[in-house]
Ligand binder design. Structure first.
Ligand SMILES: NC(=O)c1ccc[n+]([C@@H]2O[C@H](COP(=O)([O-])OP(=O)(O)OC[C@H]3O[C@@H](n4cnc5c(N)ncnc54)[C@H](OP(=O)(O)O)[C@@H]3O)[C@@H](O)[C@H]2O)c1
Length: 292
């Protein structure tokens, strides 16, 4: 579809949507667009206060629920409390290049939050999902290597960009393997992936270094697109007529900005054996599995 925009989001009355990390950035922009189309949007957020502040600024039907992806107990509680259909689950929340830190369950924070939290959430919610799961990755997935023998960075010197790239590669491998499992079980549910290019959000402000954060801010003000433009590939993957397993991103130079289209992914992100092995290890680490 040429130059897809929010005007192309169809009416979604009564459709139930969950967006993780919807209090900020592209999750918030996607929530705004989907609520404007009539969907009932659940902002799944780690801070209820920040979630409520975002919801107050979004026209339409929203609710705010607590979800900390860096804590599997919180993920389980969120899923256990869910009742009814989910037309669209958007795995959007993420952290980028924090200093080495760990989730409540002891996983490296970026892999634990960006991948394992969403892996567990999706498996636990999947029996409710009737439409699509959209998982947000990044062009940084191309940095990803994923050392399955040292996911916790116990044996290597921590490299935060590498860990971010690994988590975003994991997002794409997860989306692909999920689609394979759905197809194998004849499920009508589709697993899609998207990336926002470069969007001006809060993502660049958690490095723990004031210098790095302000460099990120300057670069963002020059090169990045708005959070609404950054949300378009997510929305495209969520509503456009596309085959399962599609990956959407901005169509402009180096996929940094521009209207969404289908984009390519690294060879590693297309490796079915790596996807299968990552899935198995993620099942073991989270204690969740494909439920259909
Ligand atoms: N912005 C870009 O240029 C860019 C480029 C490529 C990919 N992405 C991807 O886009 C997605 C959204 O990022 P963004 O750019 O919109 O950044 P953002 O404004 O920082 O939004 C990230 C969201 O994730 C939430 N989050 C972080 N840790 C969480 C946790 N443990 N549990 C629940 N929610 C958590 C944040 O909550 P708090 O507000 O409470 O921290 C925030 O709502 C991420 O997956 C990111 O990797 C962004």
């Amino acid at each position: 579809m040429p130059n897809f925009s929010t005007a192309d989001v169809p009416d979604l009355p009564g459709r139930r949507v969950i967006i993780t990390g919807a209090n900020s950035g592209i999750g918030r922009a996607a929530a705004r667009a989907l609520a404007a189309a009539g969907a009932q949007v659940t902002l799944a957020v780690r801070s209820l206060d920040r979630g409520r502040a975002a919801a107050a600024d979004i026209a339409g039907k929203t609710e705010v629920r607590e979800l900390d992806l860096a804590d599997l107990a919180s993920v389980r509680a969120f899923a256990a409390a869910w009742e009814g259909e989910i037309h669209l689950l958007i795995n959007n929340a993420g952290v980028m290049i924090p200093p080495l830190s760990r989730t409540a369950d002891g996983f490296e924070l970026q892999f634990g939050t960006n991948h394992l939290g969403h892996f567990a959430l999706t498996n636990l919610l999947l029996p409710h999902v009737t439409g699509r799961v959209v998982t947000v990755s990044s062009t940084a997935h191309r940095l990803g290597r994923i050392d399955l023998d040292d996911l916790g960075w116990e044996r290597r010197r921590y490299r935060r960009w590498q860990a971010y790239g690994d988590s975003k590669l994991a997002n794409l491998l997860f989306a692909a393997e999920l689609q394979r499992c759905l197809t194998a079980t004849n499920s009508p549910v589709l697993s899609m992936a998207a990336h926002p290019g470069y969007a001006a959000t809060n993502l660049q402000s958690h490095s723990g270094s004031r210098l790095w954060d302000s460099l990120g801010g300057v670069s963002s003000s020059i090169f990045a697109q708005s959070e609404s433009a950054g949300a378009l590939p997510t929305l495209y993957a969520a509503v456009a007529d596309l085959p399962g397993g599609s990956y959407a991103g901005p169509g402009g130079w180096r996929e940094i900005r521009g209207a969404p289209r289908l984009v390519g992914r690294s060879a590693r992100a297309q490796d079915p054996e790596l996807a299968r092995r990552l899935w198995e290890v993620s099942e073991r680490l989270t204690g969740t599995s494909f439920p259909l």
